[in-house]
Structures are given as structure tokens and as C-alpha cells.
Design a protein around this ligand. Structure first.
Ligand SMILES: [Cu+2]
Length: 88
């Protein structure tokens, strides 16, 4: 079994975690979803296509990028997250 790790933007509370799990769980090949809220990372266990994963994150409103495939740009400013969570 393999897993895919992604860096996810916009997660700021437990509801975000729930939204993401609900968005990913129905995808073909997804067996388990682990969310590290503090690190802003998600690990998906199973054999989903990375394109389907990214599309699901996008649809849920949390832009994501693959950690295995690309190294995130560390210098990116983390501004704009001052006022709590914007999820519903
Ligand atoms: Cu939230």
C-alpha cells in the first residue's frame, strides 16, 4: 500500500479537517485520510490518482500540492489568516 502526502492551504480548524476527509473519502482508491492540522499536511493512504486528489481539494476549497512531487516554496508569506476560520 502506498500513500500520498500533500501540503494543504486554508485548514484552520476541526471543521476544515472534517470537510477534507469527507471530500476525499469517496474517491476511488482512497483507503484512509490522515490530516495534520498544525502542519497543514494531509496523508492519503491507498492508490488514488493524484489528479483526482488535487481536484477534490480544489472543489472543497483547500488548494493543495503534492509533497512527494514538488517541494513547497518555503518563503511564501502566510498572511491573511488572521481572523479565524472561513469554512462553513
Ligand atoms: Cu475550518
Amino acid at each position: 500500500m502506498s500513500s500520498i502526502e500533500l501540503k494543504v492551504e486554508g485548514m484552520s480548524c476541526g471543521s476544515c479537517v472534517k470537510h477534507i476527509k469527507e471530500a476525499l473519502a469517496p474517491l476511488a482508491g482512497v483507503e484512509a485520510v490522515e490530516v495534520d492540522l498544525a502542519a497543514g499536511q494531509v496523508r492519503v493512504t491507498g492508490t488514488p490518482s493524484s489528479a483526482a486528489l488535487l481536484a477534490a481539494f480544489d472543489a472543497a476549497g483547500y488548494p493543495a500540492q503534492l509533497l512527494a512531487a514538488t517541494t513547497p516554496i518555503a518563503g511564501k508569506a502566510a498572511g491573511g489568516a488572521s481572523g479565524g476560520c472561513c469554512c462553513h
